[in-house]
Write a new protein. Structure first.
Lengths: 683, 185
């Protein structure tokens, strides 16, 4: 007999799809999109089509493993008892030697954003203050920008975009990274909307829309300010601007005083006539929606880029307008409660280290970090500062990694703990894009000896208290389902129009917010208005107004800018490759480095040539691919999953530059990933 | 022929995301890396003229009106159904590879596990129960459609052609919507 179960795809993705699984005789046999969820609409993306094989993959970590020596590959299967003993003894010896639990560090991010995955954080909070990674490698600068402008980071229901008459997709590639938004955009196009894509390179999304504007990397803010000036010059401002905004006069003065359109055109690479055509169109067509991706804020001037774009929406009255707005993301639907909630799983005296400078700051920390637990992360492939990571790891007494598969990071682990997939545990997930919230049910028993994060936290708490009574305040057992349901407190139940958490077991529900963000034009800024002039930004040592900040320039020895956007086939390092058994670096060609014909010509490179990218961080062998539609001086390597976890990877070249914003709303600066500069030579 | 089912691909909606390929491979339990559906990227970049046309052509077996595979197969492993689906029967297949060599579109391929030929069967079991092929069901944007060709006007659509002009004679049952390029500003 077949059984159906509800799941939420937990990956760090806009779409957070609602999934229905089918099990037969206790085995997962198929998955499909849940047709009742209006964003997923019964469809899934290519990244999850082979999830059933992934769950039962022979490559999955199924038992606790100990590595005799880091990087040796000498793994031995151990029992959970032994694994938990090793960890407990390490924790107790740290407490004894240092008189504090601060040398215990936890570094977790987006491997799984579900509430249940905060169990380890909550467990550590029960030990005392520990060292945590805070902030985000992804979106921090933009989150701050919107927090300054609107007072909170919030976007409209993505289905609202269907009403737009003009859509600007700016620095986002939904055709690969948010496929479920594409039918919404196509429905708008079918109703006559014009869609323009702004990017540094011609993407799969650009290929499906009406117009493409190539913008020089990191000059997006300058471009927006130029267009803002044209809107002002042509009196295309919203008549009630003064009622809902603060500082618009100062902003307009700034534009008149500082922004020169010829200069703007030269720097952005967008011709004056295009600049004018775009601005006039944006000023005339209503509603006009701008969707800002994460790409354009991953620069040292990233926050300013987004503040300038927000200003376009505010000047023209598109903010708060159905089908309009400047959409970036949201976490307003994540108001979970209880000890596992994202907001409350930390300890007030934790030593919080910026996730983007984690090894750098941890190396300087006193008392030192001696034990590191990594979960939902693969920093040795995905982070900058790789040299510091190596140095930091060398000083650690114990490195524990919880994961589903071996990764580049597990190579450096002492212990690897097998964890469950979202087909094997209870969880609760929201999206940072759409408004649906859903419960994830287990469909099958855990594979092998995999345990959920909550189970691991309970068992470890129990073991610790056996060894040293009262050393762990975290519970030692319970019902995973109950814990997950408890995270639906009064506030969430109200938002979901529910009387009891159990009602959400019937399937995902949309939070009952109106579809348009800021429709009342009541903002959460100190003034209650849209703030062109932000005192909060000034308090953070930033300009109060959105101003022009030019992107970093490359050094002479590393003259090219390396961009590493997501590929359609994967998500960071998460789409575990199943087709690569037995393959090695020797029989796989190196990663493709894409350059435009002009840039390639400067180095006498042609398609198919082998070359090497290099900077202070290291070297990366690549194969050259010449492609039209890439900005000059730019090398693009899509973040394709590497079949060999030991092969050189693009983040060796990522030196961990930081963004201008992020500290205000996320507690740490963002990663200016797109300010990675490299030299190139023929191999 | 009473009917001819065929694929209509709206190239202006195909994202090249590959969900169709994986849905097909998963439903038909194909051993990695074998896939019965493939995506060809076609690009015509005229940057100086302000246009880039980049398309993803998702194709599998075209269920030709005059299937060459069926004509050359010495063991009678191919048949054409009344609805136009070209079927391959692995139990009759003698692994001679005649079809693999003769199909102008490269549709039949040898399955390394069974060593027999195999190709898109248009998910005939799904069709027989009133459903759609897995690729069509999975397509996020509705770019791949399955239609009855004889009842639908195709004069405004582009016809799939083989690299060798004489092989157009197989009359593939796959049609493409005329592509629209992206204007480069």
């Amino acid at each position: 007999m077949d059984f159906l179960h509800h799941h939420i795809c937990p990956r760090n993705c806009y779409d957070s799809c609602s999934i229905l699984s089918t099990t037969r005789n206790g085995r997962l046999v198929s998955i499909e999109g849940n047709p009742v969820q209006d964003y997923t609409r019964g469809k899934l993306c290519s990244k999850v089509m082979d999830e059933v094989q992934k769950v039962y993959s022979p490559h999955r970590v199924k038992y606790p493993l100990r590595q005799r020596k880091r990087y040796s590959g000498q793994w031995e299967r151990i029992s959970w008892e032994e694994a938990l003993d090793t960890i407990s003894q390490q924790i107790l010896s740290i407490k004894e030697n240092y008189g504090t639990t601060l040398p215990i560090a936890h570094n977790k991010y987006s491997g799984n954003f579900g509430v249940m995955h905060n169990a380890l954080e909550a467990f550590m909070t029960g030990l005392g203050p520990t060292t945590r990674a805070v902030g985000s490698p992804c979106w921090s600068a933009g989150v701050d920008a919107q927090a300054f402008d609107f007072g909170a980071f919030f976007c409209s229901d993505p289905l609202d975009m269907e009403q737009a008459k003009l859509i600007w997709i700016w620095g986002a590639n939904p055709a690969w990274n948010a496929v479920h938004q594409m039918p919404i955009i196509f429905r708008a196009m079918d109703k006559g909307a014009k869609v323009v894509c702004f990017d540094t390179h011609f993407t799969a999304t650009a290929a499906r829309v009406d117009q493409f504007v190539q913008v020089n990397p990191g000059t997006d803010g300058m471009l927006a300010l130029g267009m803002a000036k044209i809107l002002v010059d042509h009196h295309l401002l919203d008549p009630s601007l003064s009622e809902y905004s603060l500082g618009h006069k100062e902003f307009i003065d700034y534009l008149n005083r500082e922004i020169d359109l010829k200069e703007c055109s030269r720097i952005t690479g967008v011709t004056l006539s295009t600049l004018e055509e775009l601005a006039l169109e944006y000023g005339a067509i209503k509603p006009a929606c701008i969707w800002v991706g994460f790409g354009l804020q991953r620069y040292a001037n990233g926050g300013q880029n987004l503040r300038a774009i927000d200003a376009l929406g505010a000047l023209t009255g598109n903010i708060g307008c159905p089908g309009g707005g400047v959409q970036y993301g949201q976490m307003e639907t994540w108001r979970f409660s209880g000890p596992l909630s994202h907001a409350r799983c930390g300890h007030p005296e934790d030593r919080n280290l910026d996730i983007n400078q984690f090894p750098v700051l941890a190396l300087e920390a006193e008392p030192p970090v001696k034990m590191l637990w990594l979960a939902g992360r693969n920093p040795l492939q995905q982070d900058g500062n790789q040299a510091q990571w190596q140095k930091f790891l060398e000083g650690l007494d114990l490195v524990v990694v919880s994961d589903l598969f071996q990764t580049r990071t597990t190579l450096a682990a002492d212990l690897v703990l097998p964890v469950t997939t979202h087909y094997e545990h209870w969880d609760l997930n929201a999206s940072y894009w759409h408004y649906y919230v859903g419960i994830n049910e287990p469909a099958i028993e855990p594979v092998g000896e995999a345990h959920s994060d909550l189970q691991i936290a309970w068992d470890l708490s129990k073991r610790l208290n056996q060894l040293s009574s009262g050393s762990s305040a975290f519970p030692t057992g319970g019902s995973e389902k109950e814990v997950v349901l408890q995270a639906l407190g009064t506030e969430m139940l109200e938002m979901l129009d529910l009387k009891s958490p159990e009602e959400l077991l019937k399937g995902p529900l949309r939070v009952s917010f109106p579809a348009t963000a800021w429709q009342e034009r009541k903002f959460r800024t100190p003034s209650g208005k849209y703030e062109f002039y932000s005192e909060k930004a000034r308090e953070q040592g930033l300009p109060a107004l959105p101003v022009c900040r030019l992107p970093r320039k490359p050094h002479l020895e590393a003259p090219l800018r390396l961009l590493t956007p997501h590929h359609g086939s994967g998500l960071n390092s998460q789409s575990y490759r199943l087709d690569t058994e037995g393959s090695t670096a020797e029989n796989k060609p190196p990663l493709l480095a894409r350059l435009n014909p002009g840039t390639a010509g400067m180095y006498a490179l042609k398609s198919g040539d082998r070359a090497v990218l290099w900077n202070h961080g290291g070297t990366l062998p690549v194969t050259i691919e010449i492609e039209q539609g890439i900005a000059a001086g730019v090398v693009i390597i899509y973040q394709e999953n590497l079949s060999d976890i030991k092969a050189p990877h693009p983040n060796l070249l990522n030196l961990g530059a930081l963004t201008d914003m992020g500290n205000y709303a996320t507690g740490a600066y963002g990663l200016a990933l797109n300010d990675t500069f490299v030299g190139i030579r023929k191999a | 022929m009473a009917k001819q089912l065929g694929f209509f691909l709206d190239v202006n909606r195909c994202l090249g995301c590959g969900t169709c390929i994986k849905a097909c491979a998963s439903a038909n339990r194909l051993p990695t890396p074998l896939t019965w559906r493939k995506i060809w990227q076609k690009e015509d970049a005229k940057v100086d003229q302000g246009q880039i046309s980049r398309f993803f052509l998702s194709t599998s077996c075209n269920h030709c009106a005059n299937p060459e595979c069926m004509r050359v197969c010495p063991s009678g492993a191919y048949a054409k159904r009344r609805d136009g689906i070209v079927l391959h029967y692995p139990d009759k297949c003698i692994s001679c590879k005649s079809c693999v060599a003769s199909c102008p579109f490269g549709a039949p391929q040898i399955n390394p596990q069974t060593e027999k030929a195999g190709k898109c069967q248009l998910c005939y079991e799904e069709i027989d129960r009133g459903s759609l092929p897995h690729c069509v069901q999975a397509c996020v944007t509705g770019a791949i459609q399955l239609r009855e060709i004889y009842g639908n006007p195709t004069d405004k659509l582009l016809r799939l052609t083989a690299p060798t002009p004489t092989l157009r004679l197989t009359r593939p049952s796959t049609f493409y919507y005329p592509p629209k390029g992206t204007k480069i500003l």
